[in-house]
Design a protein around this ligand. Structure first.
Ligand code: MF3
Ligand code: CO
Ligand code: CO
Length: 259
């Protein structure tokens, strides 16, 4: 597996800036999440913000994807296409996923947002998805196997009675949108390639209330839904392997210390 790029200090700096902008874009998007708002409106605000910061939304035109973000409510696992017909309502949960290209460098991050009061079931699912990402980030250090990321995610999610989507994965990122390696969220302990300082990749577990299987919409070719229409939740960060651990490049809230 020699195709995992080890980034140079200059590249790391560029990817750090783009990642930071992607995270700030999610902060900006959050203020528009409300009852009665269309996901297309939020996408327009996202595009405006990214362009105003001299960057480009990576998803627009990516293999024909039409919008500047993916917005995935409720039973949509990922790759939801923002639409004027998708109007947010009380109790909805949604993932907003933004990837920026700044000075040629990619930063990729997503979070869950909520509309008004949500059910306890929805809240528990969101909390677990966050805890899964959090726990997985602790696995990032030189010498550790990528498989341990998916191992800790699966163990935690299944322990809470949830399932983990296995058909969509995290990925190397920075010089390109999707680089090697594929970062599985359901892998076995001590399998897969070994992490080295200078690698940058995403971890983006999708956690389902019901079955893990994903169903791609045949009409639009993008929207990925749960097969049983139960809820799905996801968080994503772009992470750098440092000499001794990790730096979460898409963390603007200082949730993580650099290790
Ligand atoms: N940002 C998504 C990811 O985390 C990819 C979206 S690709 C798109 O990898 F084409 F659906 F936008
Ligand atoms: Co990603
Ligand atoms: Co993403």
């Amino acid at each position: 597996m020699g195709r995992i790029i080890i980034k140079t200090p200059e590249q790391i700096d560029g990817i750090r800036k783009s990642s930071r902008l992607a995270a700030q874009t999610l902060d900006h998007a959050g203020q528009f999440v409300a009852v009665g708002v269309s996901t297309e409106f939020i996408d327009n605000k996202i595009e405006e913000f990214i362009l105003a910061n001299n960057a480009i939304p990576a998803t627009k035109g990516y293999h024909g994807f039409p919008k500047s973000s993916c917005i995935s409510p409720n039973n949509i696992i990922c790759h939801g296409i923002p639409s004027k017909n998708t109007i947010l309502k009380e109790g909805d949960i949604l993932n907003i996923d933004v990837t920026t290209i700044l000075d040629g460098y990619y930063g990729d991050t997503s979070r869950m947002f909520t509309v008004g009061n949500i059910s306890d079931e929805a809240e528990n699912l969101i909390d677990t998805a966050w805890d899964c990402l959090d726990l997985a980030i602790e696995q990032v250090k030189p010498g550790n196997h990528f498989g341990n990321i998916g191992f800790v995610i699966s163990r935690l999610a299944k322990g809470k009675g949830y399932s983990v989507v296995y058909e969509f994965c995290g990925h190397g990122v920075g010089i390109d949108f999707h680089e090697e390696p594929q970062v599985d969220h359901t892998s076995r302990r001590n399998t897969g390639p070994v992490m080295k300082a200078g690698m940058i990749f995403t971890i983006e577990p999708m956690i389902n209330q019901g079955k893990p299987k994903a169903d791609v919409d045949e009409t639009d070719g993008w929207t990925v839904r749960t097969v049983d229409n139960k809820l799905s939740a996801q968080f994503e960060h772009t992470i750098l392997v440092t000499q001794t651990g990790y730096e979460v490049l898409t963390d603007v809230h200082q949730d993580y210390e650099i290790t």
